[in-house]
Design a protein around this ligand. Structure first.
Ligand code: NAD
Length: 491
């Protein structure tokens, strides 16, 4: 039986890519082909951008108070369809149902925040900057903006951008990861139900060719990207060279420091959830645990015990805690990196490479893995593994732990577990990362805060979400104003 084809959504209609090319969408737990996705070419992208530009000329004139009415409707529709969306995420991405539902709640949060646009995009003014002269700053939309998203949060990440972009008066080209296009297809069906004018949000499926067309086409004024560091750097350079506004969130290798006074049970639970949740395929997953001083022995033992007890399986089965990783290639890359870490001198306290799940012989499953005595200078310690693997390191004191963190290339997140306010304060002040957790394992900012990656985890200046999104999707205009007749009449 032929599978459903995931089409593009352009100007309010579902259309095939003119390229005639497509790719299979595969369930990572079974290798079952779920659908085919259209792979757009340059023409497809340019056509969608032209349509979006036409729509922009009208959309920017719609009052912000009216623009947000579509978002209020969308919030309700997302809530009503949360179950269908969450199941789709689990089927195409592999994570557990609860993880899928959780990311959708984060998506909805961003829609809620963007409903405050009339207040959030307010300008500023100063009366009488000179006698009879006033000055104002207003915010205006940019035009057509593009969103390019990764596979690991098919439901949430497009919503870090989309609600803000349209609420501020821009129109959108959305290109989801070609590995997980089904979730945004469902989301676009919901967006269509809100009655949003045609052309305001357009879905263009595809891979590198579609991305390159986005980066090169002048009608697209800004690009928001989330994905691996290598691609982030490429997109930032090429987009900026073409005069676009670009924000690129990249990969990560997140450290957690455990102090000797950390709460044993809570810390172990939270660290394991952070490292093994979403099968480690989270840009805020912990992948390095640095125990300080006497924390070494008890926390090593507790983490080993917890890793062994995690239930790996199909994400829609009750009780599953760790789903599959996205592709067989990804699984073999992860097993290769575990092998390399051992070659580099680490000890596998729990080795999750041999993993089978009853009834799912073809799934890309891995058990949680714990690698002890990782050396900070080893290649694997500096490599994003993106699987359920925790590397352990040990430091004599907090200063040494912070030195290890600040010597690394990424800066997405760093966390500390302690009962000491002094240690926590020192850590948040000195650790070189943009998202800090204190007794928190996944320090994901709420929608009204920016998602603040640093260093090789981010290229640009304005991040996703909240006030940064408003800044990113608007350009400021300053007006200096004098009314001579009125001035001479009054004075
Ligand atoms: P990826 O970089 O392979 O793909 C991301 C997007 O870029 C996809 O839409 C893809 O089609 C496109 N793309 C891929 N290769 C390209 C190329 N050579 N040229 C142009 N476009 C290309 O990332 P992924 O594997 O889908 O996602 C996982 C990565 O994303 C991890 O590194 C993870 O840390 C990162 N991530 C970062 C954040 C963050 O906020 N910093 C959040 C989620 C995921």
């Amino acid at each position: 039986m032929s599978k459903e084809k995931i089409l593009n959504y352009v100007n309010g209609k579902w259309v095939d890519a003119t390229s005639g090319q497509s790719q299979a969408v595969v369930n990572p737990a079974t290798q079952e082909v779920l659908a085919e996705v259209a792979l757009s070419n340059t023409d497809d992208v340019q056509r969608a951008a032209d349509v979006a530009h036409e729509a922009y000329l009208e959309w920017r004139k719609v009052p912000s108070t009216e623009r947000i009415q579509y978002l209020f409707k969308l919030k309700t529709l997302l809530e009503e369809n949360l179950d269908a969306l969450a199941r789709t995420i689990t089927l195409e991405c592999g994570k557990t149902y609860n993880e899928s539902a959780g990311e959708l709640r984060r998506a909805i949060e961003n829609v809620e925040v963007a409903c405050g646009i009339p207040t959030m995009m307010m300008g500023s003014n100063v009366e009488d900057i000179a006698r009879g002269i006033d000055e104002h700053m207003i915010r205006q939309p940019l035009g057509v903006v593009a969103i390019i998203s990764p596979f690991n949060f098919p439901g949430m990440i497009p919503f870090w951008f989309l609600p803000y972009a349209i609420a501020t008066g821009n129109t959108v080209i959305l290109k989801p990861s070609e590995r997980v296009p089904m979730t945004m297809k469902l989301a676009l069906e919901l967006i269509a139900k809100t009655g949003l004018p045609d052309g305001v949000v357009n879905l263009v499926n595809g891979g590198k060719e579609a991305v390159d067309a986005i980066l090169d086409y002048p009608a697209i004024r800004a690009v928001s990207f989330v994905g691996s560091t290598e691609v982030a750097r490429y997109i930032y350079s090429r987009g900026a060279a073409n005069g676009k506004r670009v924000q690129c969130q990249g990969g990560a290798k997140n450290p957690i420091v455990i102090m000797p006074d950390a709460d044993p049970e809570l810390t172990t639970q939270i660290v394991a959830d952070s490292g093994f949740g979403c099968a480690g395929q989270r840009c805020l997953a912990t992948s390095l645990v640095i125990t300080v001083g006497e924390a070494k022995a008890p926390f090593t033992e507790a983490l080993v015990e917890t890793a062994r007890a995690r239930k790996v399986g199909f994400g829609l089965d009750a009780g599953t805690q760790v789903g599959p990783v996205i592709t067989p290639e990804s699984k073999s890359r992860i097993t290769g990196l575990i092998g390399k870490a051992i070659d580099e001198g680490a000890t596998a306290l729990v080795d999750g490479r041999a993993c089978s799940v009853d009834g799912f012989d073809n799934g890309n499953f891995l058990m949680p893995t714990i690698l002890d005595n990782m050396h900070p200078d080893s290649e694997v310690a500096g490599t994003e593994i993106f699987g359920p693997v925790l590397g352990l390191m040990h430091a004599a004191d907090l200063d040494q732990a912070i030195d290890i963190i600040n010597g690394a290339r990424y800066g997405n997140m760093a966390c500390i577990f302690t009962e000491s306010g002094g240690a926590a304060r020192k850590f948040r002040n000195e650790a070189d990362a943009g998202n800090i957790g204190i007794n928190i394992g996944v320090a994901a900012p709420m929608a009204f805060f920016p998602f603040s990656g640093w260093n090789d985890s981010f290229f640009g200046d304005l991040h996703a979400q909240g006030s940064h999104a408003i800044e990113f999707y608007t350009q400021t205009k300053v007006i200096v104003e004098r009314w001579p007749k009125e001035w001479s009449r009054r004075f």
